[in-house]
Design a protein around this ligand. Structure first.
Ligand code: ADP
Length: 287
C-alpha cells in the first residue's frame, strides 16, 4: 500500500496559498512531515483525512481515490488531531467502546475484545476506568492512538503529537508510534526535528505549501558527512560569522552561541568537525 499525492493545491478564502502543487509518495512505515509553523502541514493532514477539500490535485491510497471517495478512506484511516477533544466524566473504556461502535463494530462482545486489546497495547489498561479528562498529556495522546487504531487502519495520521509532553512521556509515545507503524503507513506531522530523526525512515520538508526535500534521512545525513563544522563564539561575533561563513543555525551551549557551518573542507580558525544531524539538513533546507 502506498499513498500518492499529486499536485495538491489549496488556497484559503483570505488568499493564503497553503498547498502549492504539492506532490509526495509515501510508503509503509513512519513518514515524517517536517516544516515550520504555517508551512501547510495541518492543511495537508486534514485534506488527507478528508476533513477538508483541496482546490485541485489527486490523492491515491492504494486504489482508493481519497478526494472522491471519502467514505472509503474513513474506513481505513486513523487520525490523531493536534487537539484531541475529550468529554468530561467519561472513562477511557467507555469512550473507546463508543468510538468502536461508531467505527461499525456492532457486537458488544467483539467491541469488548477490541477495546481491551487496544488499551493493553497503549499501556492504559490499568487506567481504563479513569476519566480521560483526568489523564496526563502523554496518557491522552496514547488514548488518541488507541482510538486511531480502531478498525485496523492502513493509514494513520498524527499531527504534532509530542508538543507539550514531558521527555519520558515523549519517549514512551514515540516507542508506541514506532511499534504500530510496522505494516501500515503512519504520517507524523511535526516541527520537532528530533522526533523525525528518532522515528522516521522517510521524510519530507515542506514550506509555503511546497515540498523542498523528500527522501531518507539517512541518505541526507550521509551526503553531508564532512561538511558540518561547529564553533562556540561570543554573542557579539554572530553577525561577523554570518557574513563570512554559511551559518546553518546556531543554538546556545552553556549560554554561548554554538554555530553550525556548512563548508566543503575544514574552515580552520578553531572549527570542529561534526557528525551531521537532521537539524543541519532541516535548517539548511528551509533557510
Ligand atoms: P502548519 O500546520 O504547517 O503550521 P497550516 O496548514 O496550519 O500550517 O497553515 C498553512 C497556512 O494557511 C498558514 O499561513 C495559515 O495561517 C493558513 N491557514 C490555515 N488554516 C486557515 C484557514 N482556515 N483560513 C485561512 N488561512 C488558514
Amino acid at each position: 500500500m502506498k499513498l500518492i499525492i499529486n499536485n495538491l493545491c489549496k488556497t484559503y478564502d483570505n488568499g493564503v496559498k497553503a498547498l502549492d502543487h504539492l506532490s509526495l509518495e509515501i510508503n509503509q512505515g513512519m513518514f515524517g512531515l517536517l516544516g515550520p509553523n504555517g508551512a501547510g502541514k495541518s492543511t495537508l493532514m486534514r485534506t488527507l483525512a478528508t476533513l477538508q477539500d483541496a482546490d485541485s490535485g489527486e490523492v491515491l491510497l492504494g486504489d482508493i481515490n481519497v478526494l472522491k471517495e471519502p467514505d472509503a478512506v474513513k474506513k481505513t484511516l486513523g487520525y490523531l488531531p493536534q487537539e484531541f477533544g475529550v468529554y468530561p466524566k467519561v472513562s477511557a473504556v467507555e469512550m473507546l467502546n463508543y468510538y468502536a461502535f461508531l467505527k461499525g463494530i456492532a457486537k458488544a462482545r467483539e467491541r469488548k475484545e477490541v477495546v481491551t486489546s487496544l488499551l493493553n497495547q497503549v499501556n492504559l489498561y490499568e487506567a481504563r476506568n479513569k476519566y480521560v479528562s483526568s489523564y496526563s498529556g502523554g496518557m491522552k495522546q496514547r488514548f488518541g492512538i488507541a482510538q486511531a487504531l480502531l478498525g485496523n487502519p492502513q493509514l494513520i495520521i498524527v499531527d504534532e503529537p509530542t508538543a507539550g509532553l514531558d521527555p519520558a512521556e515523549r519517549i514512551r509515545f514515540n516507542n508506541l508510534l514506532s511499534e504500530i507503524s510496522e505494516n501500515i503507513i503512519v504520517i507524523l506531522s511535526t516541527h520537532i526535528v528530533d522526533d523525525v530523526s528518532d522515528l522516521c525512515s522517510e521524510m519530507a520538508i515542506i514550506q509555503h505549501g511546497r515540498v523542498l526535500l523528500t527522501g531518507r534521512p539517512s541518505a541526507f545525513l550521509d551526503q553531508h558527512e564532512g561538511m558540518i563544522w561547529a564553533k562556540k563564539i561570543e554573542k557579539e561575533e554572530l553577525e561577523k560569522y554570518k557574513a563570512e561563513y554559511h551559518v546553518i543555525f546556531s543554538h546556545l551551549q552553556e549560554g554561548k552561541p554554538l554555530i553550525h557551518v556548512l563548508a566543503d573542507g575544514d574552515p580552520g580558525k578553531g572549527f570542529k568537525a561534526l557528525t551531521p544531524g537532521l537539524e543541519d539538513i532541516y535548517f539548511s533546507t528551509i533557510n
